[in-house]
Ligand binder design. Structure first.
Ligand SMILES: N[C@@H](CCC(=O)N[C@@H](CS)C(=O)NCC(=O)O)C(=O)O
Length: 206
């Protein structure tokens, strides 16, 4: 626990990715769980931090003024900068670029469309949502080809694994696992990591 860094969040993919990134980076922080059903993220105290009323939000009180980060993927970049080498190779070069490349594949080609499908479902546009969900499943199936080594972007765990893990979890019941031997092996490996488990549990209701 460390009150200098606070992570506001809930049990959602975006919040969990941020929590896993902090845990894997070994950055001490205090998790502040918000009850989205009780609309705590729309209360004045939280809106003062994040006017968009969305989670996660990280505050680092170690700077003046305090640093506030309102994007899960920016929190992952913050963790990478604060703990070089834990979420990507610290040195510039092909290995680091491969991590960034695959990280963005999951962020932009998989997670972003899956959010769009979620909003279409909420709007009752189930047919349109299903088309996008199918695209997401195709992209996750394609990610099988990334796994020529232990992790998504090589032999080391990286931010690419973080971006992949929560979205694979969300689609785990819709993937053809018998055709995805590498993805299956990878999923079990990542899920078993103690830091991943800590991140997954941080916003669970007790
Ligand atoms: N691009 C933002 C998206 C944040 C976001 O959409 N958070 C959702 C939970 S996953 C949220 O706060 N939803 C509650 C709401 O919109 O009222 C990020 O990656 O952090």
């Amino acid at each position: 626990m460390n009150d200098q860094i606070e992570l506001y969040g809930a049990n959602t993919g975006n919040s969990l990715r941020a929590a896993i990134a902090l845990e894997e980076s070994g950055i001490a922080y205090t998790a502040r769980r918000l009850d989205l059903y009780a609309k705590e993220h729309h209360g004045p105290a939280f809106l003062a931090l994040n006017p968009a009323g969305k989670v996660p939000t990280l505050i680092d009180h170690g700077t003046t003024p305090a640093l506030i980060i309102n994007q899960s993927n920016a929190i992952i970049q913050y963790a990478d900068a604060k703990a070089p080498g834990r979420l990507a190779p610290a040195q510039p070069g092909p290995e680091r670029i491969r991590v960034i490349d695959r990280y963005f594949f999951f962020v932009t080609d998989v997670i972003a469309p899956s959010h769009a499908a979620f909003f279409l479902h909420q709007a009752g546009q189930d047919k349109a949502a299903a088309i996008i969900d199918l695209r997401v499943i195709e992209q996750l199936t394609y990610a099988e080809s990334f796994l020529t080594d232990e992790f998504m972007a090589g032999a080391q765990f990286s931010m690419a694994d973080i971006s992949a893990f929560t979205i694979v979890t969300a689609f785990r019941d819709r993937l053809e696992w018998k055709e995805l031997a590498q993805l299956s092996r990878w999923f079990d490996t990542v899920e078993a990591r103690p830091a991943v488990q800590r991140g997954l549990n941080v916003f669970k209701q007790t």
